[in-house]
Design a protein around this ligand. Structure first.
Ligand code: G4P
Length: 284
């Protein structure tokens, strides 16, 4: 699942997404609810253009639900409909469909006035690697894998997957590149697993996470790693990592300790904590 993004790949991804855009009614921009802004593609607005869009904050089971609500409010305030979903456990998908129907209601009403029969709404999913695009497609389609609109003999035909009588979905999601500019964004993508481990230093990720928890979630570190409140509050992240490494009986293997901390975050052993704050974008 490692994708190395070179300029050629980015141009191709953009071209493929843009080419499919005219086929669909609504784009689902899929992001990771733990890092809603950091997991967006930097050119998403240009790529989607005027096409109706909804942001789905996936993996909401792993995020702080209060912060998720703040993000939903923020996107709605930007006139982008947004919903929280959990594709893994099939949560929020009905609401996602309802919001999409609401987006298309005016259009279909006008069509009806012209005597055009309503048809299924056509969707495509766009997002950076690992945000859960395939999982969402599988949830949507389930065992109902019947495809519609295949043209026999045309190898590169787009295939439509039938979700139900109201929706069809393009069978391949648009895979877009992540943001590279901001090192903090890269670190958050690494922590959540969007960028694969081989490209990143585990201790950099762990130190970032420790600093964030020292600032925002002291008790979680105290409970998980058997350190005191004083250890958490009155140490630099480096010294705290040294302490936690000792507590893990890993001597001076900071790399191994860092790996455990990152895995703990990914497995939700460090609480449901969102790493992007709305203030980041509203203060700009
Ligand atoms: P992609 O197509 O966008 O690349 O993502 P994909 O569906 O493959 O999902 C990436 C990982 O995220 C998978 O874990 C998947 O199970 C998990 N995932 C997707 N949606 C959700 C969700 O709503 N909640 C939770 N908790 N997990 C979700 P994986 O197979 O274990 O992959 P990995 O952990 O090895 O990357």
């Amino acid at each position: 699942n490692i994708i190395q993004w070179f300029p050629g790949h980015m141009a191709k991804a953009r071209r493929e997404a843009t080419e499919k855009m005219h086929l669909v009614d609504v784009v689902i921009e899929l992001v990771d609810a733990r890092i809603p802004e950091s997991s967006r593609n930097p050119m998403i607005n240009e790529i989607v253009g005027n096409k109706p869009r909804i942001i789905a904050l996936n993996k909401s089971d792993l995020a702080d639900s209060e912060v998720t609500n703040l993000w939903l409010d923020y996107y709605e305030s930007q006139n982008i409909p947004a919903v929280a979903i959990d594709s893994q456990h099939n949560k929020g998908l009905r609401k996602l469909q309802q919001r999409i129907q609401a987006i298309m209601a005016d259009y279909f009403e006008k069509q009806k006035e012209r005597g055009v029969k309503p048809r299924a709404i056509r969707l495509m999913i766009l997002g950076i690697p690992n945000v859960g695009k395939s999982t969402l497609i599988n949830r949507f389609v389930g065992k109902n894998q019947a495809q519609t609109g295949n043209k026999p003999g045309v190898t590169k035909a787009q295939r439509w997957l039938k979700i139900n009588k109201d929706f069809e979905l393009l069978d391949t999601p648009g895979i877009l590149w992540p943001k590279f500019e901001d090192p903090n964004v890269g670190t958050k993508l690494g922590i959540t697993g969007a960028i694969k481990d081989t490209l990143l230093y585990m201790d950099d990720l762990a130190l970032f996470l420790l600093a964030y928890y020292q600032e925002n979630h002291v008790d979680i570190l105290v409970n998980r790693y058997n350190v005191t409140q004083d250890d958490v509050l009155n140490n630099t992240p480096v010294d705290l990592l040294i302490k936690i490494t000792e507590k893990m009986n890993l001597r001076d293997d900071y790399e191994a300790a860092s790996q455990r901390i990152i895995f703990d975050y990914r497995k939700n052993n460090l609480g449901s904590v969102t790493l992007d704050k709305v203030e980041q974008v509203t203060n700009e």
